[in-house]
Design a protein around this ligand. Structure first.
Ligand SMILES: Nc1ncnc2c1ncn2[C@@H]1O[C@H](COP(=O)(O)OP(=O)(O)OP(=O)(O)O)[C@@H](O)[C@H]1O
Ligand SMILES: [Mg+2]
Length: 211
């Protein structure tokens, strides 16, 4: 059972107060939609939970399974199982998408980040890439390098589905997607939620295919 708790969270960016006393609790298998107008602070909340250094917590706490994570570096939070699919990912042309995913999986498994991927990981990555409507060449391109808006959203989802974080945060996961893409992302979110039910020993229900 996993529990993310945000309590009385107030956050400043460059000295400007953005979030005021935000409270949120999310447990295993729950899908929570955070809605609000442009500029209301959704991305700020996600980036604060992810540990972006620009977001200064002036009050409150963020706990994962009872442990405060606010003093942890972003990479430590990823290792604890918190992963964010960004609203506007920054391209990293120097690193192939497949290399990034392999490094993330290696880190999670306690291996060296440059270790080769396992045959199972390659097979799963290849299958998910196709199911998400990406081409094999996207895996060998730089991360988000020249990706269309919709391709970037699918690539962010690929990382989440491969990494299987305890807490998956998706910032505007459907923006820029075509109709098929929106359906695929919706089913991917359902698949992640079912996976959490699975590891929490609930019985998963329904079709988990993405297409
Ligand atoms: N460095 C900064 N200086 C001043 N204001 C900032 C800074 N960074 C963010 N903000 C403001 O914080 C507010 C919240 O921004 P945020 O990106 O969290 O909103 P959002 O709810 O994700 O919006 P959207 O729906 O457009 O994605 C905005 O008004 C934004 O202009
Ligand atoms: Mg936003």
């Amino acid at each position: 059972m996993t529990r993310l708790e945000v309590t009385n969270l107030s956050v400043e960016v460059d000295g400007k107060r953005i979030l005021n006393n935000v409270n949120l609790t999310v447990e295993s298998g729950e899908v929570v939609a955070i809605m609000g107008p442009n500029g209301s602070g959704k991305t700020t909340l996600f980036l604060t939970i992810a540990g972006h250094p620009k977001y200064n917590i002036v009050n409150g706490d963020i706990r994962l399974d009872g442990e405060s994570i606010v003093k942890l570096y972003p990479e430590e939070r990823v290792q604890r199982g918190i992963l964010l699919a960004l609203q506007s990912p920054t391209p990293v042309p120097e690193v192939r998408l497949s290399t990034l995913i392999t490094a993330m999986l290696n880190k999670k498994a306690g291996k060296h980040i440059t270790d080769p991927p396992s045959p199972q990981a390659i097979a799963e990555m290849t299958k998910l890439t196709a199911e998400l409507g990406l081409k094999p060449e996207h895996l060998s391109r730089g991360v988000h390098a020249g990706f269309s808006g919709g391709e970037s959203k699918r690539a962010e989802m690929l990382q989440l589905l491969m990494y299987k974080p305890k807490v998956a945060m998706l910032d505007e996961p459907d923006s820029g997607l075509d109709v098929d893409g929106i359906a695929i992302i919706g089913r991917s979110i359902a698949r992640l939620a079912r996976w959490y039910c699975d590891i929490s020993h609930h019985t998963p229900r329904g079709d988990t295919s993405l297409r």
